[in-house]
Design a protein around this ligand. Structure first.
Ligand SMILES: NC(=O)c1ccc[n+]([C@@H]2O[C@H](COP(=O)([O-])OP(=O)(O)OC[C@H]3O[C@@H](n4cnc5c(N)ncnc54)[C@H](OP(=O)(O)O)[C@@H]3O)[C@@H](O)[C@H]2O)c1
Length: 348
């Protein structure tokens, strides 16, 4: 049974972890709150990215001797393995913590098993899976670790008639300012923004978050075989070039570089291939009240010849964004697993 003080501490730990602005690399966001036996908060801590101490260790350091006999409330199962830092299970045991409540079981088999280690050391362990805050915190990260490739969000901005560019290739701008600002926010929420060489050449995009005060920028990635002129903004900003059309391989490459979430902002060629290869986990589609008639379709040939084979999506939200409409969707069919999960996926 989780007490009301522990449930409140879990919400605090999730808020704390969610508020950290840092480059997490391959690591999850984690928050920890230590409670005394009366349920009073002793200390708290959050993880600040690869190579930094884990949330549990920060909270234990902040508590000092007061950690003895405490309850540690953690958003993720304490790790049982040595990455860049030592196992959190060892730190909790040696600090004399009496009880551990965590929300999310570690999805990486190599790092998991923390609960078992703690129980074997005589610590009372409880899983509180009901915390929506803690579950939300690493939703994308957990899926990425399970699939062995980054969590993929595909963004499309089209006209009412499903066009993403006019016949001459121009597409700036189909949607309004508010929708474009949201896209800048989306860029700041992912590890990398991905386009194909077609978009890099046609639009010369910067792919950055250009909102005033933007705190961090995603990696920029261009996929495709063609050479790009060095004057392009993506080249000037040191974008990662993946000279391949093998998207499964490209996603694995990104994963191995510690990238756990990507926003695909490519044109119809890349978007279509990503969907065909079941590599899209989330689709954000902006529809503008504009008609183009000719020009490029948002999606090209998906290899579908009859309506029973249509690619169907679950609609999770429809919102007005200025004069445009945003539709949030997830695929109904399961996405590519990307291969087995291994320990390279986590390097806390
Ligand atoms: N409204 C919007 O949301 C939006 C967003 C982006 C772009 N656009 C518009 O889209 C147009 C560009 O479209 P696009 O389709 O050429 O751009 P794209 O999809 O970004 O790039 C296409 C290129 O991606 C590479 N590629 C990588 N993996 C591939 C694979 N598995 N299969 C096929 N190609 C792969 C190929 O490059 P290589 O030939 O070099 O191998 C291909 O030519 C422009 O007019 C731009 O303004 C609109």
């Amino acid at each position: 049974m989780v007490t009301s003080a522990e449930a409140a501490a879990m919400a605090t730990a999730a808020d704390l972890a969610g508020s950290v602005v840092a480059d997490f690399g391959p690591n999850p966001r984690v928050g920890c709150v230590l409670l005394d036996p009366d349920g009073t908060v002793i200390s708290q801590g959050a993880h600040h990215g690869a190579g930094q101490p884990h949330a549990e260790v920060v909270a234990l350091r902040n508590a000092g001797e007061r950690a003895r006999g405490a309850t540690a409330v953690v958003t993720l199962e304490p790790c049982a393995h040595t990455g860049r830092t030592g196992p959190c299970t060892a730190a909790l045991i040696s600090a004399g913590v009496r009880r551990v409540v965590f929300a999310v079981v570690d999805p990486n088999p190599a790092a998991a098993g923390g609960a078992q280690v703690l129980r074997e050391a005589g610590i009372d362990v409880e899983v509180d899976a009901s915390s929506s805050g803690a579950n939300e915190l690493n939703h994308r990260w957990s899926i990425a670790v399970r699939r062995g490739r980054p969590f993929v969000t595909l963004k499309i901005a089209s006209s009412l008639d499903g066009r993403i560019a006019a016949a001459d290739g121009t597409s700036r701008w189909i949607t309004g300012e508010l929708a474009r600002e949201q896209v800048h926010q989306m860029r700041s929420d992912v590890d990398a923004v991905v386009v194909g060489t077609g978009t890099a050449l046609a639009d010369d995009p910067a792919l950055t978050d250009r909102r005033p005060g933007a705190m961090r920028q995603p990696h920029r990635v261009v996929i495709g075989l063609r050479e790009l002129p060095p004057a392009l903004q993506v080249c000037q900003s040191g974008a990662l070039r993946l000279q391949t059309r093998d998207l499964g391989y490209a996603m694995t490459q990104l994963f191995e570089r510690g990238i756990r979430s990507v926003l695909v902002e490519g044109g119809p060629t890349l978007a279509t291939s990503m969907i065909r290869e079941s590599l899209v986990d989330e689709l954000v589609w902006y529809v503008a009240p504009v008609l183009i008639g000719g020009g490029r379709n948002a999606i090209a040939d998906l290899g579908i010849t009859t309506i029973d084979e249509a690619s169907r999506w679950q609609r999770n939200g429809v919102t007005s964004v200025g004069s445009d409409v945003r539709i949030d969707l997830t695929p109904i069919t399961p996405q590519d697993s990307g291969g087995p999960v291994t320990d390279v996926h986590r390097n806390r």
